[in-house]
Design a protein around this ligand. Sequence first.
Ligand code: 5GP
Ligand code: MG
Length: 175
Amino acid sequence: MSYADNCKVLFTKEQLEQRIKEVAKQIENDYKGEKVTFIGVLNGVYAFFADLVRNVDMPCHVDFLRASSYSGTTSTGNVKMSLDIKTEIEGRHVIIVEDILDTGRTLAKIRDELLSRNALSVKTAVMLDKPSRRVNDFQADYKCFEIDDLFVVGFGLDYDEKYRNLPYVAIYDEN
Ligand code: 5GP
Ligand code: MG
């Protein structure tokens, strides 16, 4: 018995750990000899972020920001940054790390904002990608898994602030 018995496992802890290690190696190979600033999008990213950066064997700097999207009654999807990074990123290689890429609005907005601060490069790494939900042409540079249009929880992701601490990714089912 678990408080999350209504959630159906989609990716186990082992599958996630394995794939995150592979993506970390990809990043290592792409940035040989460089220093990277990893910027996590709170809150959902915390578990993926911790695992990803701990598997990257190279000098790095970490910082966090928070972004919220207000869709209102008409889904305009207006994204606002409500907590900013402390790091001066001008001239630095940045990788934005996000839990899940859905419509693409959040990451597109954050990427444009960081590029406007003259980062040397801005790439993105996501744990999950739902390509069928995209409203723009945003693509992640690094991703662990693509999923169908499902609402998922766990490994940082919440439903109403619940389920973030599940050690796996699961499909949320109300029943
Ligand atoms: P986007 O701007 O790409 O539509 O928004 C991405 C954000 O929407 C994610 O950071 C996450 O907070 C939320 N989101 C999108 N899909 C899911 C999902 O399946 N589960 C959860 N828990 N959050 C999601
Ligand atoms: Mg998020």
